[in-house]
Design a protein around this ligand. Structure first.
Ligand SMILES: Nc1ncnc2c1ncn2[C@@H]1O[C@H](COP(=O)(O)OP(=O)(O)OP(=O)(O)O)[C@@H](O)[C@H]1O
Ligand SMILES: [Mg+2]
Length: 231
């Protein structure tokens, strides 16, 4: 579904990525972990064409997307849940969701199906997004991603700032996406939670991938986890 091959990405003259590689298969959940500043968000930004890779290749759904504009990449079926949620604050929930709705070659999603997953959304439809709580905003951001009819969803720190119960809801949603045939690349500080839901894991450090393997293996191997993640 998605393949990142040795990308190098810069902010101005400062190099942030030094050639990380990763793959996400169809309906696979992959966790992308690592310390602050490792390059996780930059990897997502490169996939989306927001911070294009200067070297290396990115492939999605059988096509190279390395140098394509962001709007084209989105229309091909890559949805994004940014770390700061990034909704239109003065627009209502309904309008934000409408703006995010797209058809792709993947399974289309209707608003009613999304509301079935996030039942609390129904009462919030007329509310301006600037008046939502963190958990409510995250629901809107994930719902908007789904309405984009994605083949893959890129989630950047989906549980950041959320109460433990809501974190469980987010993880349940990730499982639901996989069950619906959608691939997920999930960046998470809450590494244990991410490893519980993920099929495979990559660990990044200083702009490189330093580990790749089954999530269950890293979850079970305390010594390796301590060395790679400090927990
Ligand atoms: N807009 C920017 N301009 C310049 N440098 C940046 C910019 N954004 C990120 N960087 C640098 O690129 C490197 C990778 O940052 P990135 O945000 O990708 O890390 P991250 O793994 O997502 O970290 P975190 O866990 O803190 O979100 C860091 O050294 C960071 O300082
Ligand atoms: Mg980040």
């Amino acid at each position: 579904m998605l393949e990142v091959k040795g990308i190098e990405t810069f902010y101005g003259e400062t190099q942030a990525l030094f050639g990380p590689s990763l793959k996400v298969g169809e309906a696979e959940v992959v966790a992308l972990l690592g310390p602050n500043g490792a390059g996780k968000t930059t990897t997502i930004r490169s996939i989306l064409g927001l911070s294009p890779a200067r070297r290396g290749e990115i492939w999605f759904d059988g096509q190279e997307i390395t140098h394509r504009p962001t709007h084209e990449i989105a229309r091909m079926g890559i949805s994004w849940v940014p770390d700061d949620r990034r909704v239109f604050p003065t627009l209502t929930v309904a309008r934000n969701l409408q703006i995010g709705t797209r058809r792709t070659r993947f399974r289309p999603w209707r608003l009613a199906e999304v509301v079935e997953i996030f039942s609390a959304l129904e009462l919030l439809m007329g509310r301006e997004c600037e008046n939502l709580s963190g958990g409510e905003l995250q629901m809107v951001a994930i719902s908007r991603a789904l309405l984009g009819s994605p083949g893959i969803v890129l989630l950047d720190e989906p549980s950041q700032g959320l109460a433990p119960r809501i974190v469980q809801d987010v993880l349940a949603t990730v499982r639901r996406l996989r069950a619906e045939g959608i691939a997920v690349l999930m960046v998470e500080q809450n590494a244990l939670a991410a490893l519980e839901v993920a099929d495979r894991v990559y660990v990044m450090d200083r702009g490189l991938t330093v580990h790749e393997g089954p999530a269950a293996e890293l979850l079970a191997d305390t010594a390796l986890r301590q060395r790679l993640l400090g927990l």
